[in-house]
Write a protein that binds this ligand. Structure first.
Ligand code: PEP
Length: 247
């Protein structure tokens, strides 16, 4: 059985003390059975990366950054390069989370640059895509996601190590989850889109949007859903462990 990917996005939550306290509780909950069934990824804030790296590595948990800058180095105050992230023990990086798109105005073209830079730096980008409620109601959800994929992955070899996370914007942090059936429909559409772009057969497609211990099992049971990207519920070590253990 293919291991499912269970990724947690801590956003701008947790101080260093709180992050380490999370690991104190979470790591002992990662039993062998769980680790055989899933690959765990945690995306804390930049400020926690170095301090969490050693313990995560020993526990078999991959560390992700929540953002990156595509340039190698330069006068980009407040930004972090991929080499700097790799230096901290980071192996994955979120690209195009809907909060980056909506609040910080990141465009598909800029995300494409980040994605290419991440691949070139040997990190695994997790490209986040998803439609807003307005777009879903206007019946354009699939075309919106296809455009995000086509532009975000433009010029990228789809056989490189990377992931896509389908995160309907209306389901993020709202308590509303897409039904497993809706998520599967979009995941199938994403697969077809990747195929039409010439590959991506092995590229994992995750679902994100109000994933909780109560709904994780149903989502993870779907063969087209290769894992989940969890925001709010990943802040609580017991909840995150219950999600990872729900297969
Ligand atoms: C996210 O931030 O990627 C996310 C899916 O958040 P939540 O699980 O809180 O909806």
């Amino acid at each position: 059985m293919k291991r499912k990917i269970i990724a947690g996005n801590w956003k701008m939550y947790k101080t260093l003390k709180e992050g380490l306290a999370f690991l104190d509780v979470f790591i002992p909950l990662c039993n062998r059975e769980m680790m055989e069934k899933c690959s765990l990824v945690l995306a804390p804030n930049f400020t926690l990366l170095v301090s969490m790296a050693g313990r995560c590595r020993e526990a078999g948990i991959s560390l992700a950054a929540q953002n990156c800058h595509p340039t190698g180095e330069g006068a980009f105050t407040g930004e972090t390069s991929l080499a700097m992230l790799a230096d901290c023990g980071v192996s994955h990086v979120l690209v195009g989370h809907s909060e980056r798109r909506a609040i910080f105005g990141e465009t598909d073209d800029f995300l494409n640059q980040k994605l290419k830079a991440a691949v070139a730096a040997g990190l695994i980008p997790i490209l986040c895509v998803g439609e807003t409620l307005e777009q879903r109601e206007a019946d354009v959800a699939e075309s919106v996601v296809e455009k995000q994929l086509q532009q975000g992955l433009h010029g990228v070899d789809l056989d490189e190590k990377m992931m896509v996370a389908y995160e309907p914007v209306w389901a993020i942090g709202t308590g509303k989850t897409a039904t497993a059936a809706d998520a599967r429909t979009m995941h199938q559409c994403i697969r077809q889109c990747l195929e039409s772009m010439g590959g991506g057969g092995d590229l994992p497609v995750l679902y994100g949007g109000s994933v909780k211990p109560a709904n994780a099992a149903e989502l993870l049971a779907a063969p087209d859903i290769d894992g989940v990207l969890v925001g709010g519920a990943s802040l609580n070590p017991e909840d995150f462990a219950r999600i990872a253990g729900s297969m």
